[in-house]
Design a protein around this ligand. Structure first.
Ligand SMILES: Nc1ncnc2c1ncn2[C@@H]1O[C@H](COP(=O)(O)OP(=O)(O)OP(=O)(O)O)[C@@H](O)[C@H]1O
Ligand SMILES: [Mg+2]
Length: 396
């Protein structure tokens, strides 16, 4: 025996499928064209409520930090409900978000899971919106009076929830991209500023330091010539000795200067030995103990990573010298799997890194450099006083 579907019912099913296709087409077009999440979610809930004959509908987004749900788009609700927060786990939507499972209820709500839910609901569905197993929000539709949501309604609503999830993912990627772009342009500005500042410093050092010293040497040699002319050989010899000592001092200070600007050893023998030498140079004397440890040995890292870590250690050590009043500094460079870890620890006076200082760029530049290279930068108070500045960089 075959059961014939009444023609009227077939037509109704065809009509509703057509309507569903139209809604999906509209939403996917808008998904392509807009990056405005509120607009996309507003359109989704409006079309969902219309196509599924719901009297009320809402899309709630999960605050990933607190787990609370916030109404972001609504249909059939007073406008002031937008922004309303539902605490984590509360009501049907809270349960759906917590368990990542859809729920459909009909008639008086007696389910103990949803205690406190408005008992006047006639028929309601709540669907999780998720990606990679993480719930990002909940789509709710309510019919106050009328027929029950059926299996087909649930399937369609779940396609809409999936599309809304794509919209949320897209918006979050877009926001991250914007943020990265803004950081890149800030870093570029800071890098250009820092480069100019460094050039100014080098020019000043050459002008006030080396040029002055060369002029002084010139005068001393002039003096030697006059002494020789007057055949005061002993005095000429003594002044010549002074000239030699001055030249030796200058060679040493030029070497220090080159080391600070860009140590040739960084390219020649690598990061670990260069850092070790820098720790000794910068933290020598004054009753300060300096330690350096590394499991890296002579292993080389990619050049850009060596440069970033060298500059980070250099600025962190400068800060220790300038600000910390420490009696112990220790630098550690290690590798763990495909990550390299740099830590600069001092036992000085410590500071609150949460309040940035205007017009001071050292810490900010370190953070920007490390984070742009895909790494993690942190500043922590050290147990027993002082500061730990750390950077973790992926090697790939
Ligand atoms: N190891 C440290 N111990 C104590 N205070 C520190 C330490 N490192 C940084 N600070 C504090 O944080 C502030 C900001 O450091 P930052 O390196 O950003 O700027 P700066 O060293 O003052 O100037 P610059 O822009 O030349 O680096 C410093 O002025 C200092 O007060
Ligand atoms: Mg500094």
């Amino acid at each position: 025996m075959t059961v014939e579907t009444p023609i009227g019912l077939t037509r109704a099913v065809e009509e509703s499928s057509k309507k569903e296709l139209e809604v999906l087409a509209l939403l996917s077009r808008s998904l392509l064209e807009t990056v405005d999440l509120d607009e996309q979610l507003g359109l989704t809930i409006r079309l969902a409520a219309e196509a599924l004959r719901a009297d009320r509908g809402s899309i709630m987004l999960v605050d990933q930090e607190t787990g609370n749900l916030q109404i972001t788009a609504a249909e059939g609700l007073p406008p002031e409900m937008i922004g309303h927060v539902v605490p984590v786990g509360e009501g049907i939507a809270g349960w759906v978000a917590r368990h990542n499972e859809p729920v459909a209820v009909h008639g008086e709500v007696q389910d103990p899971r949803f205690e406190g839910v408005n008992p006047s609901l006639d028929s309601a569905i709540s669907l999780p919106m998720y990606s990679h197993g993480v719930v990002m929000g909940v789509l709710n539709l309510v019919r106050i009076s009328g027929d029950e949501f059926i299996e087909q309604d649930l399937r369609f609503a779940s396609s809409l929830a999936d599309m809304a999830s794509v919209a949320i993912e897209k918006a979050s990627l877009y926001a991250r991209l914007k943020d990265r772009e803004a950081r890149m342009s800030r870093l570029l500005g800071a890098a250009i500023g820092a480069q100019e500042q460094e050039r100014r410093r080098i020019a000043a050092e050459i002008h006030d330091g080396f040029l002055q010293d060369l002029s002084a040497l010139f005068l001393k040699i002039e003096k030697v010539r006059n002494l020789l002319k007057r055949e005061q050989i002993d005095d000429a010899m003594a002044t010549t000795k002074e000239v030699q000592d001055d030249i030796r001092d200058q060679v040493a200070s030029i070497r220090d200067f080159i080391f600070e600007v860009r140590p040739p050893s960084l390219d020649q023998i690598g990061l670990a030995p260069t850092l070790e030498a820098m720790v000794q140079r910068m933290i020598s004397g004054d009753g300060v103990t300096a330690a350096f440890s590394s499991e890296l040995g002579p292993d080389r890292l990619p050049e850009s990573i060596e440069t970033i870590l060298y500059r980070t250690a250099q600025e962190a050590l400068r800060n220790v010298v300038k600000h910390a009043k420490a009696s112990m500094v220790s630098v550690r460079l290690d590798r763990s799997g495909s990550r390299v870890i740099l830590e600069i620890e001092d036992n000085g006076r410590g500071f609150d890194a949460r309040t940035p200082k205007r017009g001071h760029y050292g810490l900010e530049t370190m953070r920007e450099r490390i984070e742009l290279a895909g790494g993690d930068f942190h500043i922590m108070p050290r147990d027993g006083g002082g500061t730990i500045v750390g950077a973790i960089l992926p090697l790939d």
